[in-house]
Design a protein around this ligand. Structure first.
Ligand SMILES: O=C1C[C@@](O)(C(=O)O)C[C@@H](O)[C@@H]1O
Length: 206
C-alpha cells in the first residue's frame, strides 16, 4: 500500500464512519459487488488524485434453517404462509445486498448437520441467524453448539410460537440468542439480518 492509502479497518461497512479517521485525507468511494462478493473500496484523495483500489470483504452472516423448512409453501400454509424456502432465500439475498453483507443460506433436516454448520461458523461468520424449527424446542446439542461458537445469534420463527401449542413456547436456542423474532412471517428473516448487521456495526465501532 502506498502512502496515499489509509488502512480503514478490517472491513468497511456503509454507515460506519468510525473507520475513516477524522483527520484522514482520504474519502472512500464504494463500488458494489455481487451479493456475497467482495466490496471494492476505491480510495481517493480529497484533492482528487486517485490511489490504488483496495478490496474489502463483506461480513458474513450464516442463515441456518432446520428441519421441515424445505417444505415451506406446501406445509401448513395457514400457519407458515405460501412462501417457499427459495422465496425466503431471495428475501435474504435482497436484504444482504441492501445491507452490504454476505450470507451463507442453508437448510437441513439433520440435527447433527445443523450442529456441524453452527460449529463451522466459528472464525468464519460474524453472526448466525437461525430458524432451528423443531430442534429449537428439543436440542440441547444445538444450544451447546450456539454457545460454543461465541457469535451473536438471532433466532427466528415464522409463526408466533407463543400462540401455538405449549411445547412450542420454550426453545433452548433462546438461551444463546441475543434476540428472537417470531410471528412476523418470512419477513422476519430480513428483520433478523438488519438487526444482525446493526450489531456487527456496533461491535466494530467499539
Ligand atoms: O418447524 C417449525 C417452524 C417454526 O420454527 C417457525 O418458523 O415458525 C416453529 C416451530 O415450532 C416448528 O417446529
Amino acid at each position: 500500500m502506498g502512502e496515499n492509502v489509509a488502512i480503514l479497518g478490517h472491513h468497511y461497512y456503509p454507515g460506519a464512519p468510525a473507520y475513516l479517521p477524522p483527520q484522514s485525507p482520504l474519502a472512500p468511494r464504494r463500488a458494489r459487488g455481487r451479493a456475497g462478493g467482495p466490496t471494492i473500496i476505491l480510495l481517493e484523495r480529497i484533492d482528487g488524485r486517485a490511489t490504488a483500489p483496495v478490496t474489502m470483504v463483506r461480513p458474513l452472516i450464516a442463515v441456518l434453517n432446520g428441519p421441515n423448512l424445505n417444505m415451506l409453501g406446501l406445509r401448513q400454509p395457514e400457519v407458515y404462509g405460501r412462501a417457499t424456502l427459495d422465496d425466503v432465500e431471495q428475501i435474504c439475498i435482497q436484504a444482504a445486498e441492501r445491507l452490504d453483507v454476505a450470507i451463507d443460506f442453508r437448510q437441513t433436516n439433520g440435527e447433527g448437520e445443523l450442529v456441524s454448520w453452527v460449529q463451522e461458523c466459528r472464525n468464519r461468520a460474524r453472526g448466525i441467524v437461525i430458524n432451528p424449527a423443531a430442534y429449537g424446542h428439543t436440542s440441547i446439542a444445538l444450544l451447546d453448539a450456539l454457545l460454543a461458537v461465541d457469535l451473536p445469534v438471532v433466532e427466528i420463527h415464522i409463526s408466533n410460537i407463543h400462540r401455538r401449542e405449549e411445547f412450542r413456547h420454550h426453545t433452548y436456542c433462546s438461551r444463546a440468542a441475543v434476540g428472537v423474532i417470531c410471528g412476523l412471517g418470512v419477513r422476519g428473516y430480513a428483520l433478523a439480518l438488519q438487526a444482525m448487521t446493526d450489531m456487527i456495526l456496533d461491535e466494530d465501532d467499539r
